[in-house]
Ligand binder design. Structure first.
Ligand code: ATP
Ligand code: MG
Ligand code: MG
Length: 377
């Protein structure tokens, strides 16, 4: 059985690894040259994209920014999950905001900016602290500009002056001061079965995810209910099939949605070692209309991203509960190179293990690790 994934990065790699024991072959499409590759080592496979589409039982994506033409061809096969619409909503912040508004799902106060003159009103509309996001192609905090005081507006406008906002609008969002960031990952299959992982708590630094902890500490039944309600509203409206990640901000006891990822998500990597069934296996199960696997956590876990760092001390492997995963990429500043999953029996034990890790890792690449260890202790 073959699943074809658009995108050949680490998420495709982990989908492939999850498929092997189930007898599912995951092949990847390089979306730049349309070649078919093995997602683990990027070795080319000889077939054409057309043949690969025909041979696959299901088609899916590992990132939302797939060129629209390619996505239309995938959709024409009738085997694309989640749907063309769901993927486009995840890829285009204008569609995403309109979608959330239509379903009356709480999200950040925002304005869609299609003309430069609208920028003059953002402080009046949204306040002095504003985050501007390109509507297309953003990830890991790229394509974002921050306004921290009204006096910076002329400078910000000058930086944005060359953009064709009629073609690609911007979203101006009120900067919210949140308690913490949470994400809910779950899946729905074509039968309408929906399962959820526990909420994860996500720690970002400079717009990039560094550490996730799952289940998030101090979860209340009410928070979980709110998140699951939001998730269910979304997947039912879209007749969604596959894994979906909903990124949220917690403000008091209230959740508001930051953005949606129509795919497996970095804040779900912990599930490889900390849950009964990983998000990668569940994505394959969902798109192939197989029964979904149990998503409960059997441990408490942390996932630590390895960002911009090409090697780490082998002693990391001796820390109890630690599992290392390299993605096989060439090192570049700010690039996600791999991750470390840490499982434990309690938050206190997890804190201890993170602290032990912090003693072994080059901390310039792991700026929040010590703080996370202290917070969990
Ligand atoms: P991802 O890699 O998650 O796809 P992205 O580039 O799509 O990232 P966002 O998730 O929109 O970007 O923003 C990145 C991070 O910036 C958020 O996780 C959050 O920490 C911060 N951020 C974004 N929007 C806001 C906001 N309105 N108020 C406060 N912080 C924000
Ligand atoms: Mg995003
Ligand atoms: Mg995000």
């Amino acid at each position: 059985m073959r699943v074809l994934v658009y995108g050949d990065g680490q998420l495709a790699q982990m989908l492939n690894l999850a498929g092997v024991p189930l007898g599912i072959d995951v092949a990847a499409v390089n979306v730049k040259d349309h070649s078919i590759v093995n997602p683990v080592d990027k070795a080319p496979r000889t077939e054409s994209l057309k043949q690969a589409i025909t041979d696959a039982k299901a088609l899916t994506v590992e990132f939302e920014h797939v060129p629209v033409g390619l996505l239309e061809d995938a959709d024409a096969s009738g085997k694309l999950h989640p749907s063309f619409t769901a993927i486009r909503i995840g890829a285009d912040r204008v569609l995403e905001k309109r979608f959330l508004e239509r379903l009356q799902i709480p999200n950040c106060r925002h304005q869609i900016i299609t003309e430069h003159s609208q920028l003059d009103n953002i402080v009046a509309e949204l306040g002095e602290k504003v985050i501007i996001k390109a509507s297309l192609d953003g990830y890991d905090g790229y394509g974002q500009w921050r306004l921290k005081a009204a006096s910076q507006l002329p400078e910000l406008k000058a930086q944005l002056a060359d953009l064709d906002l009629g073609a690609v609008p911007l979203i101006a969002e009120q900067m919210v001061s949140f308690e913490r960031e949470l994400s809910l990952i779950g899946a729905r299959n074509a039968q309408g079965q929906v399962n959820f992982y526990p909420l994860a708590e996500n720690r970002h630094h400079e717009g990039q995810l560094h550490v996730s902890v799952a289940p998030a500490p101090k979860l209340t039944e009410e928070l979980t209910q709110q998140a699951q309600q939001i998730f269910t509203t979304i997947v039912e409206d879209l007749d969604y099939v596959g894994v979906l990640a909903v990124e949220m901000f917690q403000i008091g006891e209230r959740l508001i949605v930051n953005e949606l990822a129509p795919r497996v998500h970095n804040s779900g990597h912990w599930s490889i070692h900390g849950a009964e069934t990983s998000q990668f296996e569940n994505q394959l199960r969902a798109v192939l209309n197989l029964p979904l696997g149990d998503m409960s956590a059997h441990s408490v876990s942390a996932m630590v991203n390895i960002i911009g760092c090409g090697s780490i001390a082998k002693e990391v492997l001796a820390v109890p509960g630690c599992h290392l995963h390299w993605y096989g990429k060439t090192v570049r500043a700010k690039r996600k190179m791999g991750h470390i999953n840490v499982v434990a029996e309690s938050y206190a034990q997890l804190a201890q293990r993170l602290d032990e890790l912090a003693g072994l890792l080059p901390l310039e690449f792991f700026p929040v690790l010590e703080d996370e260890a202290q917070r969990l202790a």
